[in-house]
Design a protein around this ligand. Sequence first.
Ligand code: FMN
Length: 498
Amino acid sequence: MPSEKPLDTLGEFIAAIDGIGELRRITQPVAARLELCEIADRVMKSSGGGEALLFEHVVRDDGSRSPYPAAINLFGSMRRMSLALGVEDLDDIAARITELLALQVPAGVLAKLSLLPRLLEVAKFPPRVHGGRPPAQEIVWRGDEIDLSALPIITCWPEDGGPYITLPMVISRDPVRGIRNVGMYRIQVLGPRTIAMHWQRHKVGAAHWREMAERGETMPVCIAIGADPASVYAASAPLPPTVDEFLFAGFLRRAPVRLAKAITCDLDVPADAEFVIEGYIDPREPLVTEGPFGDHTGFYSEADLYPAVHVTAVTMRRSPVYATTIVGRPPMEDFYLGHATERIFLPLLKLTVPEIVDMHMPAEGIFHNLVFVSIDKQYPGQAYKVMNALWGQGLMSLAKVLVVLDKDVNVRDPREAWWVALNNIDPERDARFTMGPVDVLDHSSRAFTYGSKLGLDATRKWPEEGFTRNWPKLITMDAATKSRVDALWPLLGLNGGR
Ligand SMILES: Cc1cc2nc3c(=O)[nH]c(=O)nc-3n(C[C@H](O)[C@H](O)[C@H](O)COP(=O)(O)O)c2cc1C
């Protein structure tokens, strides 16, 4: 299934999804307000994540038809998420990263030379800026021509503050170090040329904005919608502020991302994007009310204050497709994007916390609420060491409940993980609370973005940890009986069981 040639555009991604039989075209008129969300929600809740949908006739709030089709749930299955990144299995990317991280320079000229192809592969990834008029700028709106309501931007849930761009790639630049960031932050449409940028305080885009605001400088910002699927995914990935997401996307797709100069901003944008919204934030202006928004917690997030972006240009391909998603009660499409992150970032976590064997963030835990980790326990107290390490790493610091298990537990199966964990814990002994930053979306914490965390040490306890009773053996059938029953099974007329 992995394509030989990387997918360069959203159109190629949609065609590839069609090619594996996972695309459904919807020709009936569907309202951008609520109806599209309700249809997508029902599809996303079906087993395996449902099909990708291409709405060809989206009805705008004024009753007219949007000139542009809207695609949703493009990343919403394991198969499509792998397709987006050009792999058979997401763990293939983790294996590539592990290999690169283990790159030790061997002795001897010939051996050194054998490393060259791998090193050159890395060198091929940086994004490249192309001259000329890129596809993303085939059509350009400026000034009064700009009308975001022409796009099929959806209002997801009944109590949302308005229509939202939900699958954007928000491009900004660190004013000090000059490093680019691409983040996926929802954007509320406030008017034909004004939008509100919901980058949460822990995110890199928000840090760039704080820096710019402190300097009193106007901040350029560009929003690309729909591009090569690796770049779209990369916008959602929790990379450190020092890593450019387009470089990372280049690594994932094994080919550089093509960029072009924005028309009214001093920023580069994906040359193959479907739409690009260019604009600026004026630090002298008051913040605007953003929200409420039906969020990926499954609850509404309250309205809050965020910066307004003034749109200076909208550029697009000649026949663009608008890419969107919805969030709400899990599972939704974002589970698959988050799952890719879980798999791809595992080797990086292992780099600093080497005893980690595997990890999993189940859909119900919406990423930050629940993290299962299995470890190769070698000494007493190691589960706590791992918890503390994870709570000290990037966005993992927002994890609310961390459950640490032994290496033989399959943490990717939440039923197995809970079964073993609940058997293994003496709650008073094995639970620890700590304090720290919590996710902006957490509505339960005592204060906004500040609260407690729970760590559960569900590993087998050692005598040094005060456990001197016998630890019971896991029940398993002996091999001889198993093979006798295997031979008998076809004669029994029973289903399954092999
Ligand atoms: C569909 C979707 C919507 C998201 N919406 C937001 C959002 O509105 N605000 C936000 O701060 N993060 C949001 N996120 C999470 C960020 O994209 C994620 O934390 C990413 O790592 C941020 O990039 P950064 O690390 O470069 O800041 C969303 C993620 C997805 C998949």
